[in-house]
Design a protein around this ligand. Structure first.
Ligand code: HEM
Length: 525
């Protein structure tokens, strides 16, 4: 007889079953928590707080947390978004390695918890993966060629005129509000072929007005509920802390009135219905086939082959179309408002910009083609680049490894979330001396600073084959607006304008209170 074993059995007999169960539960919990961390434990990073990871640091420092951590831990470090570890890459050469050289192994995006609950958000280009993404992107990219974009100039100009038509009658304006209306209207027309009429001062009594207003309200709510911290709905928070519990809880909570999950579900369902019905109308009858908007072009491309019909099924067309509104309005609006905010704070910059615009107008310039827009405004280019460096609207780019790779000597297993920290690159003193000084001339192509700089130090639109597809579109919209505005006005900060500017951090940067400006009419000599 084995007496030692008998002793053990006796011990087990006296330990209550629930203690064993609790021990097992805690063991499994620890295993669950540390599983994604284990493969990345060699990548440096600050100590983590169990389950919430580094979210308290994000709450304390906002997006600057990544600058602080890169100074302490170097160009590649770990950051735990709740349970999920991210490998943050904060160096231009490493961004090139991840975004271009090793693109095949890091070509997909990671899906953060706020998005994982919404099929409408997942079926755009942003979150599609692998072969489907390649095929969709190849088709869509043709719609962003200069020849196609040039067709949009008249629509953009008309909307810009309408949006800013009231400026001559006011002394002060909440400019960021105006730019959001402008960019939403432009995307509405160019993506959906729908005029949301946010920039028109009066309704023309169109019976669809209420419908459109309702849609915009839903869209704004849905966008603002995409939180990356602990201020989202309960299921989104669970998605950050215990991803495995997110779906079951969401399933329950979305049925309980009064919860944020219920509201988000209702909003997303109504949004989807609105987008689906707009898409269905367009796919069932092709008005005159000459529509210049994105939706008309995709519907046309879809009908070209059996393959395209499968690729662009109606749910994906809805996802793509809605994505344009999401990706193309708040980013461009923020950037345009930031340019005005910074330029009106730096009078010498404003004088140079006005001079360039005046010269163009005096020489009979009229923006009618992409070539003029892209090459005739060299100083404006520098101002836009410097503004985007100063406030990088999309400071993080989310990617995910599809197989094990090595970056900077660290092995990153398949499924690792690798995020490129564009916001950190843009404040790096090595590439941008005096990074906290606003100096557009640092982007002068003939200047030493520009020549010395790493090629991928300034990448506000991302990098490689997965970079922003709307870059040209956005720059076109921003430049057309600046040309229109500076021909007629100059600006000063309103006395109500806070200093420094307060920024909110969601999926992208946003203003806490907005950009308030004084409008000064220019007297033409
Ligand atoms: C100032 C304005 C904008 C900024 C700063 C911006 C920035 C970005 C960034 C950083 C990415 C991720 C790139 C990467 O992974 O490397 C991105 C992707 C994307 N952007 Fe933009 N964007 C802007 C405007 C627009 C506009 C106007 C549109 C549409 C008309 C658009 C559509 C998209 C789409 C569809 C993607 C996903 C591309 C893919 O995954 O293949 N963006 N954008």
């Amino acid at each position: 007889m084995n007496y030692e074993n008998m002793e053990e059995w006796k011990v087990l007999d006296v330990v209550p079953w629930w203690v064993i169960a609790v021990g097992l539960f805690i063991g499994l919990l620890v295993l669950y928590y540390y599983a994604p961390y284990w493969g990345l434990r060699k990548v440096p990073g600050p100590p983590t707080v169990p389950f919430i990871g580094h979210l308290p640091l994000l709450a304390k420092y906002g997006p600057d947390v990544f600058i602080i951590l890169s100074q302490k831990y170097g160009p590649i470090f770990r950051f735990h978004m709740g349970r999920q570890p991210l490998v943050v890459v904060a160096d231009p050469e490493l961004c090139r390695e991840v975004g271009i050289k090793k693109f095949k192994s890091v070509g997909n995006r990671s899906v953060p918890s706020p998005i994982s609950a919404s099929p409408l958000h997942q079926k755009g280009l942003f979150f599609t993966r692998d072969e489907r993404w390649v095929s969709m992107r190849n088709t869509i990219v043709s719609l962003y060629q200069p020849s196609h974009l040039a067709n949009l100039i008249p629509t953009m100009q008309k909307t810009i005129e309408a949006a800013f038509s009231n400026l001559s009658t006011v002394d002060e304006v909440l400019f960021s509000d105006l730019t959001l209306k402008l960019t939403t209207d432009i995307i509405g027309q160019t993506a959906f072929g729908v005029d949301f009429k946010l920039t028109h001062s009066h309704s023309d009594g169109d019976t669809n007005d209420d419908d459109r207003e309702e849609f915009i309200k839903l869209h704004m709510y849905s966008t603002s509920s995409l939180k990356m911290d602990l201020s989202g709905s309960f299921s989104i928070i669970l998605g950050l802390l215990f991803p495995v519990l997110q779906e079951p809880f969401r399933w329950i909570l979305k049925r309980i009135r009064g919860t944020s999950d219920y509201k988000i579900e209702q909003t997303n369902t109504r949004l989807s219905r609105w987008v689906d019905s707009t898409v269905a109308k367009r796919t069932s009858y092709q008005s005159d086939g000459n529509g210049r908007d994105f939706l008309s072009s995709i519907v046309k491309a879809r009908d070209s082959s059996e393959f395209s019909r499968n690729l662009f099924s109606e749910d994906y067309i809805s996802g793509l179309t809605y994505e344009h509104l999401l990706a193309g309005s708040a980013t461009t609006s923020f950037t345009l408002a930031v340019v005005l905010y910074l330029v009106s704070k730096h009078k010498q910059v404003e004088e140079k910009l006005l001079e360039e615009v005046d010269m163009f107008v005096t020489n009979g310039g009229h923006v009618s083609n992409m070539d003029e827009l892209e090459h005739k405004f060299q100083y404006m280019d520098q101002v836009i680049k410097e503004s985007m460096r100063f406030y990088t609207v999309s400071p993080l780019v989310a990617r995910e490894t599809s197989q094990q790779i090595e970056v900077a000597g660290y092995i990153l297993p398949k499924g690792t979330w690798v995020w490129l920290a564009l916001g950190v690159l843009s404040k790096d003193a090595e590439n941008f001396p005096d990074p906290h000084v606003f100096r557009p001339e640092r982007f002068d192509p003939s200047g030493e600073e520009e020549k010395r700089r790493h090629r991928y130090a300034h990448i506000p639109f991302g990098i490689g084959p997965r970079a922003c597809i709307g870059q040209r579109f956005a720059l076109m919209e921003i430049k057309l607006s600046l040309i229109h505005l500076y021909q007629r006005y100059s600006f000063k900060h309103s006395t109500d304008m806070e200093s420094p500017l307060q920024i909110d951090y969601g999926i992208i940067l946003n203003f806490k209170h907005g950009v308030k400006l004084r409008v000064i009419k220019r007297i033409k000599s």
